[in-house]
Design a binder for this molecule. Sequence first.
Ligand code: SF4
Length: 224
Amino acid sequence: MPGSASTTFPIDRVLDHVRAAVQRFADAAMFELAAAGYRTVFHQLVGCVLSIRTRDEVSLPAALRLFARAPTPDALAALPPRTIDRLVHDVTFHARKARQVRDIARRTVDEFGGTLPCDPAILTTFAGVGPKCANLAFGIACGGAGISVDVHVWRVTNRWGFIAAATPEQAMSALERVLPRRYWVEINRLLVPFGKHICTGLRPRCSTCPVLAWCAQVGVTEHR
Ligand code: SF4
């Protein structure tokens, strides 16, 4: 079974502390996108594709620019890829993503009558959409329970010793075994800002971390 997981880690208490700690930071991009009114499966999926390997500070404004110009699948499907590319020019792999989001829009119109279904298995059939984006869209737009594991969720839960997973994909399987379902959507919302500002990739802020008492600090060799 890929990735191992701890069943004794006090996840409720740790997440309570993380929840309090991240209140002062900006929400993860997809949740901000939903708060801005773009909460459908289509909008969440397009926003998530744009966010891949791109900082929230860049991908969120790009998604908002794109939706301001083309707020519906029909409108986005009608835009030439070159125009989409210009609107999202600062995200990573923008030319490829421009084609991918246009394809999402076209298939949404042609195959699904303008409304994407709440089905992660269908959502992962789109080019550029993996389990992370499919689960996030499923969770935010549909209220479904799917764990979206990005680099922050993967890194932080490994450092805690809650799971031991070599890849984000393995982390998703491991978390599905030990994380209570009530946290499956929220974990991304909490650990993205926690990973960006506290449990950072390099030199995490362990000395002031609110969950130091429960953290195994796996793999942490240098910290602040
Ligand atoms: S104690 Fe350090 S390694 Fe553990 S969660 Fe906090 S910042 Fe991350």
